[in-house]
Ligand binder design. Structure first.
Ligand code: RIB
Ligand code: CA
Length: 324
């Protein structure tokens, strides 16, 4: 039977779209990243990692967001804590931002299905073998990614690249120097950055260029789709929480930036720099260090660090992904 025009367009669009697997810790901005990814690329699977909230919560959140997005892809749970626990033995979370469930303040459907497994690292390795030119978008602590690298020495090279939301070329958010995803598992971030993978990194210096506003919220609230209604709840919650925490009704859309770094790299300005993670500093543990000195131009490992994004275009793509 002849494919209809829209079917062939969809096929063609799917054929030309980049394939990604997303490692996440939903998380309000992770949820928006999943909705965006479901429209701008070919998501082959999702893995979850303890981060914004405990592993069980973020896995349930991922299943529910994917149900809302009508994205029927495998979901594999992974690490329930960092490679090295902090001295107090407490697994780090960001429930002070995202709430005890990891997605407080929003309405989501019940999961349309159960998780597919609990070996995220194994799934990431399998996916890298099954899909040539696969990108890994890592938008939570890098624990699962580090396990995959340690388990399969060829994994990092097999990937087209790893797009990370993490770190910062300026200040931190959890401490004066450390961003949450790296701070929550610095040893994992160190393993990933030293892996030799082709890495694009969107740090806080970049993601704070893409911020929500009351005007954006008004435009999303006027859209009549279930995705837009959910996104409006997400942003409403974040505006309220950011007002309480920082006195500003604005939220950086951190994780969607890491998706766009793969699907729309022309929106970004990247600099390839020597990179490292501080593991032992009293005030600086979890800090990402990028050496911008000319003298360091031959130091390795080097990764592509994002310094600028066309925020207007980025927000337009995020909005478009909320349409029917
Ligand atoms: O620091 C921002 C990052 O930490 C984002 O990925 C957010 O979801 C939290 O995980
Ligand atoms: Ca996240």
């Amino acid at each position: 039977m002849e494919a209809t025009a829209s079917q062939s367009l969809r096929t063609e669009a799917t054929a030309s779209r980049v394939k990604i697997v997303i490692d996440c810790d939903p998380g309000h901005d992770d949820a928006l990243a999943l909705l965006l990814a479901s429209r701008v690329c070919d998501v082959v699977g999702v893995t979850t990692v303890s981060g914004n909230a405990p592993l069980g919560a973020v896995t349930n959140n991922a299943l529910r967001v994917l149900t809302l997005a009508n994205l029927e892809v495998p979901v594999h749970a992974g690490a329930d804590g960092p490679l090295v626990l902090p001295a107090d033995g407490v697994v780090p979370h960001a429930t002070h931002v995202h709430g005890a469930t990891g997605l407080n303040g929003v309405t989501l459907p019940e999961p349309g299905r159960a998780q597919s497994g609990d070996d995220a690292a194994g799934f990431l390795i399998d996916a890298s073998q099954r899909y040539p030119d696969l990108w890994l978008v890592a938008i939570g602590p890098l624990t699962n990614v580090a396990h995959a690298i340690r388990r399969d020495p060829v994994f990092a090279d097999r990937l087209a690249g790893i797009s990370i939301m993490g770190g910062s070329t300026t200040g931190g958010n959890v401490t004066a120097t450390a961003e949450f995803n790296v701070w929550a598992d610095p040893e994992a971030a160190d393993v990933v950055i030293r892996s030799g993978a082709h890495i694009r990194l969107c740090g806080l210096n970049l993601t704070h260029q893409v911020e929500t506003s009351a005007e954006l919220l008004e435009r999303i609230s006027a859209m009549a789709t279930s995705r837009a209604r959910f996104a409006a709840e997400v942003i409403t919650y974040l505006h309220r929480r950011m007002t309480e925490l920082r006195g500003r009704a604005a939220a950086a859309l951190h994780d969607p930036c890491a998706v766009l770094a793969v699907t729309h790299p022309s929106l970004f300005e990247f600099h390839r720099l020597p990179a490292a993670v501080e593991l032992t500093g009293t005030l600086t543990r979890g800090m990402t260090v990028f050496d911008q000195r000319h003298a360091a131009r031959h130091v390795t490992p080097q990764i592509d660090v994002a310094f600028h994004i066309d925020a207007t275009a980025a927000l337009a793509l995020i909005m478009k992904a909320l349409e029917a």
